[in-house]
Design a protein around this ligand. Sequence first.
Ligand code: ADP
Ligand code: ASP
Ligand code: MG
Length: 406
Amino acid sequence: MRVVQKFGGTSVGSIERIKKTADIVQAELERGVQVAVVVSAMSGETNRLLALAKEMSEQPKGREMDALLATGEQVSAALLAIELQARGIAAYSYNGGQAGFVTSGDHVRARIKHVEGAHLIAHLEAGEVPVVTGFQGMDEKGNITTLGRGGSDTSAVALAVAVDADVCDIYTDVDGIYTTDPRMVPKAQKMNQISYEEMLEFASLGAKVLQTRSVELAMRFQMPLHLRSSFEPVQGTMVVGEDETMERAAVSGVAYNRDEAKITIMGIPDQPGIAANVFGPIAAAGVNVDVIVQNVSEQGFTDITFTVPRSDYKQTMGIMHMLCEQMQGRVVKGDDGVAKVSVIGVGMRSHAGVAKDMFDVLAKEGVNIQMITTSEIKVTVVIEEKYIELAVRTLHTAFGLDQANS
Ligand code: ADP
Ligand code: ASP
Ligand code: MG
């Protein structure tokens, strides 16, 4: 049996927590399991480093940001290796590049190209414990790169695939994946199991419990994930392939994301190529556009509304003002006080009317829906941010999620 254990920021947030984490590693080794570890930075550390850089410059260059941010994980990896060694366990800390994580050169949002895992496998076969920094790697020119916020989850899954682990354990500060963020809704229920597909929707729609790309990777390689608590030794939630035989409720969970901003460009000529004209320069700036709505045209003119991450709002507004002038549009409007709430469930494939029920619930609470988007297994609406808690709670209740259903 071979496992990769990933410990998030709170699980390595202090000397005491690192010792608890070492207990978990040790217990697994004593059961005869081969263990490779991936760690995050101590909780709060990545934010602290980001704030330091901001004191130096409004827009620090990506290469230096990565050099700075990667240090957080190095501290926790080294400390955990030191603690394991003090217990007589052969442990070796490695940073991303040393561990063999080869990434693209896109600083601050690099993608893992491959992991050269041979030396890590040699450690595992010798009963030794590699302790690898999450969230980072090295590009082909030897520059340090990082994988985007929450990226240690993706490092862990990539490592699990590279060393052919049986399971990837993600240790965190909750004991499983819940029907919605348990910090916002105390009545949220823990799930025993969730399919990759649903988890992918949860993650990409804002449930920060797992980074989206880690779920994509796990799904592609069918790597089972076990999301569990480093505070309590209880069974967590398994993320696995979809179980066709199970009866499904229409909605299995609610996700939200506050990190949204909405931009509208009005009165632009409605002709072929117009959407490409608008979204080309935004994509070139590396901004991810999310929900898009284009209105029917009136007298040859149209409006396009879309959302972007709030952190990209200012930059995107700048681009839109420039485009508006070029295209002789009427006006650009922006609102960085919006948020997104989604109901998710593979059961929606066989249950009609979920969208309508969702709109009814929100209407009853007086929440105005600004934008709507759907897929086969989710309905998402953009609303004013101040209603987000109300919306998440009432939807959670209305779709019967306040009670355990298994
Ligand atoms: P780590 O530092 O261990 O990576 P994160 O803070 O990234 O931990 O992720 C764990 C947090 O995810 C939880 O504390 C919880 O508030 C949040 N979360 C959001 N949605 C969910 C959900 N559906 N189920 C469980 N946790 C969730
Ligand atoms: N330390 C990084 C972050 O805070 C990566 C991670 O914890 O997954 O985003
Ligand atoms: Mg995380």
